[in-house]
Design a protein around this ligand. Structure first.
Ligand code: TRP
Length: 366
């Protein structure tokens, strides 16, 4: 069996550091690991429309932002296929067939959908059917690419569970046709859930607590110095401080290496020593924030430079997604043909059905 990855993002905004530690960084590692036969990233614009039907312009604008974010962190279109969901008609057809394999009761129980409905304040009257059923469309995304590995955030586990159920049901009814996918979730807590700079929740645009991959150095500095939550009990430098729940240290956990200490803060050999000092008292937040800004800049400045190059060449960005999508059209159409054959609804693939129908009618007439 081939090793195939499919993952995706809704193009509803620029990507931030939470996306970087939670998924982008690993996508690049997986891409460069040489362990996969195919890697596909889907820009899920149709899925984004399920709760943005009145604002397609927002989705249209953010397709380019998201692709720029991919390219600037090191997604290489020679190794990874980047494609646009709405241009893959096979996904729509597959969704329609899979919808028959789930019940509305089962969809209502999906905990991620439940949480998302609540977050958006949808009442029964206001809940778009497309949004309610997007786990089924996501199953179409995954199976259309024959993906066996699906790197996603923890919140997407219920989607994968539902996808597996649909695959199992399909294969049971129509014969072994679809590949059973497995979720690959981030390894550690920091990767799973990088808090916003305010320390309250995950990064989210509406809370204004994000650091975007495309932010300028000045903005990053402002977010860290002006907004980053530390330890409210650490009033004097000499006071003992807490590193748990202290966003500066959470971010250092996610981003800093021993090499960063050698370069920017040689008083300590590593993060453990620095934390130790903070807990003991005598290490000020200003020093910690300054170090974090240096660490973040080391990650972000190459990303920013790479982005600037692509921003000056949007024609090439267009070609990349256009070529990736053309490739994905072929692949997903092949899967759809296989599915239709399994379901015996491939009427127009060959004319042998004429014989079949003729015999049927002859028998009925006897
Ligand atoms: N629902 C995913 C998210 O919000 C995005 C997505 C769409 C996706 N299609 C997918 C992820 C297929 C993995 C596989 O993050």
């Amino acid at each position: 069996m081939k090793n195939i990855i499919l993952t995706g993002d809704r193009p509803t905004g620029r990507l931030h550091l939470g996306h970087y530690v939670g998924s982008l960084k690993r996508r690049v590692e997986l891409q460069n690991s040489g362990k996969f036969d195919e890697i596909n990233i889907l820009i899920a614009d149709d899925q984004a429309l399920t709760d943005n039907a009145d604002n397609p312009g927002k989705i249209r604008d953010n397709i380019v932002n998201v692709v720029l974010d991919y390219l600037s962190v090191g997604i290489d279109p020679a190794k990874t296929t980047i494609c646009v969901q709405s241009a893959l008609p096979a996904l729509h057809a597959l969704t329609f067939y899979y919808l028959n394999l789930v019940t509305t009761a089962r969809l209502s129980r999906n905990p991620t959908i439940k949480a998302e409905i609540q977050m958006r304040g949808f009442t029964d009257e206001g809940l778009p059917a497309g949004f309610f059923t997007y786990p089924v469309s996501q199953t179409a995304d995954i199976t259309a690419f024959d993906a066996n590995v699906v790197p996603v955030g923890e919140d997407q586990l219920p989607m994968l569970e539902q996808a597996r159920e649909i695959v199992e049901k399909f294969n049971k009814i129509y014969g072994e046709t679809l590949v059973l996918p497995t979720a690959m979730i981030p390894e550690n807590e920091v990767q799973r859930r990088l808090p916003g700079v305010d320390g309250k929740a995950k990064m989210s645009k509406s809370l204004g607590n994000c650091i975007y991959l495309s932010d300028t150095a000045a903005t990053v500095k402002k977010q860290v110095n002006g907004k980053m939550y530390t330890d409210p009990l650490h009033l004097q430098i000499s006071d003992p401080g807490h590193t748990e729940g202290n966003v500066v240290f959470t971010y250092l956990d996610a981003f800093c290496t021993d090499a960063h200490f050698a370069e920017y803060l040689p008083d300590y050999a590593n993060l453990d020593e620095m934390k130790e000092h903070y807990r003991r008292g005598g290490l000020g937040d200003g020093v910690c924030k300054k170090f974090l800004i240096n660490v973040l800049e080391e990650t972000l400045s190459p990303v920013r430079n790479e982005r600037a190059k692509w921003e000056n060449d949007i024609g090439s960005v267009y070609d990349i997604i256009s070529e990736g999508t053309a490739k994905a059209v072929e692949k997903t159409n092949e899967t759809l043909a296989r599915v239709r054959r399994a379901m015996k609804i491939n009427y127009f693939e060959d004319r042998s059905i004429i014989k079949e129908w003729e015999q049927l009618l002859k028998k009925a007439g006897q």
